[in-house]
Design a protein around this ligand. Structure first.
Ligand SMILES: Nc1ncnc2c1ncn2[C@@H]1O[C@H](COP(=O)(O)OP(=O)(O)O)[C@@H](O)[C@H]1O
Ligand SMILES: [Mg+2]
Length: 425
């Protein structure tokens, strides 16, 4: 390796070490700093109080929007490591997943005059959010069916079946079942019943692949049942929106792809506002609305993943009574709609007008992962690409490149080109 590169790498490494060190110090000091910050805000800041529960998934888009809306944000979160106290007015560290803490959280909300608990995108927080809101008498409804379907794929399938909505053939595999006689036809996909994140999921064509797929899912989600589903091979879309007083309101459709490395699932790209013919758009919307109604979604936000098969039939494959990860941050810029603001007002019991006709700005988020040999090439290739508007590096070794263009053809050509750089065309 040339000396110059070695020096550069060691420079970067020491920069990283310094950043890690600064972060550790910040985490060590977080409870104290959060306390001082809270006292300061209590004395100086005003605004309608809202309580936000924050677990392990995304949440900063909600915190940001609440501050813009001049709310006084009371954050209850799992641990200090995320350093989120900076984005709230007051922070309380508490095990937000533990339902024996519901009373404490509700008491805290009452003391602070917050009438509702909000959260952005963590399935596992739904039981707590529902319980706290019920205790507060907030006029929102998170049905047992909706929470069940959000937290268990088997429960989602059961609710779809019960309502007569088409769902993919599926089965929970009990431990020690006979690999040869499992009940779903190949190709199938093996996943964790409780899910979130798709870690370890596999497409399987044979009992042998199923055996290793089960081991892979078991390793990623040791506490979850294993579910197999018929594998639907067409395009995939994410439909996002809110349920206002029982009515489904769709804010955005995002085409998504997790398939650069079949049989492994990892996010590869999202295309906000893909061009769809009327029939496809209608089919998608209908599938989402039917699934949400079947799973008795009544309040809050929703996230439905819909797949089209070769005949254009739509299947809801994943559903949740929450927002999809960090997507909501891109909704205003790509549609002109304030999905988070409307979610907040709806949860506060206010009337919310249906979203205005959507603007349509295309946005492509393209991901690379640290283990991909071509990731460096992609970075080099996109650094002076005129369509690039943002780049972000995640702590998990992913890198996200965000592109914008008026031409969908240009963005799709770019996907093809970057896939080629990664050796996956
Ligand atoms: N039945 C299926 N057919 C085809 N692809 C699927 C199927 N189920 C899941 N997938 C793929 O795997 C990804 C993760 O599965 P999903 O059910 O959404 O689990 P998670 O709750 O972990 O997000 C989906 O986004 C989709 O790309
Ligand atoms: Mg999913």
């Amino acid at each position: 390796m040339p000396t110059e590169s070695r020096e550069m790498i060691s420079g970067v490494r020491s920069g990283l070490r310094l950043r890690d060190f600064a972060r550790s110090v910040a985490i060590f000091l977080a409870p104290g700093l959060a306390g001082i910050w809270s006292v300061w805000n209590r004395l100086t800041k005003k605004g309608g109080p809202v309580l936000v529960l924050y677990g392990r998934s995304y949440g900063r888009e909600l915190l940001r929007r609440l501050r813009e809306m001049n709310h006084y944000v009371i954050l209850v979160e799992q641990d200090a490591k995320r350093l989120n106290w900076r984005f709230a007015h007051e922070t309380f560290f508490l095990d937000v997943f533990d339902l024996s803490n519901t009373q404490r959280i509700a008491d805290l909300a009452r003391r602070k005059r917050a009438t509702v608990a909000l959260s952005q995108s963590d399935d596992k927080l739904l039981p707590q959010m529902a319980a706290v809101n019920e205790m507060l008498g907030a006029g929102v409804q998170f049905s047992a069916t909706a929470i069940g379907a959000s937290m268990s794929k088997a429960a989602m399938h059961a609710a779809l079946d019960q309502a007569g909505v088409r769902s993919t053939p599926n089965a929970i595999l009990p431990p020690g079942f006979d690999l040869e006689t499992q009940p779903v036809a190949y190709p199938l996909i093996v996943k964790a019943d409780m899910g979130q994140g798709a870690h370890g999921y596999r497409i399987c064509e044979t009992p042998e692949e199923l055996r290793s797929g089960i081991a892979s899912v078991g390793q990623s989600f040791p506490e979850s049942d294993v579910i197999v589903e018929q594998y639907i091979s067409g395009r995939q879309f994410d439909v996002e929106g809110i349920i206002h007083r029982g009515e489904v309101r769709i804010y955005i459709v995002i085409e998504e792809n997790f398939f650069r490395y079949p049989p492994r699932f990892m996010r590869c790209w999202y295309l906000f506002n893909p061009g769809l013919d009327d029939e496809t758009e209608m089919t998608l919307r209908k599938a989402a609305v039917e699934a949400l109604n079947a799973c008795e979604f009544r309040s809050g936000a929703f996230h439905v993943e819909v797949r089209l098969d070769a005949d254009g039939q739509a299947y809801a494959i994943d559903i949740s009574n929450r927002m999809g990860a960090d997507f909501p941050g891109s909704v205003p810029g790509t549609t002109g709609r304030d999905m988070i603001g409307d979610y907040v007002n709806s949860m506060l019991g206010r009337e919310v007008a249906p979203p205005p006709p959507a603007g349509r700005r295309l946005e492509l988020r393209y991901y690379t992962h640290a283990f991909e040999p071509g990731a460096q090439n992609v970075r080099r290739e996109v650094s002076d690409n005129p369509l690039l508007i943002r780049a972000d590096r995640g702590p998990d070794g992913t890198e996200m490149f965000v592109f914008s263009s008026e031409s969908e053809a240009d963005l799709r050509a770019l996907i093809g080109k970057l896939d080629e750089f990664l050796g996956n065309a």
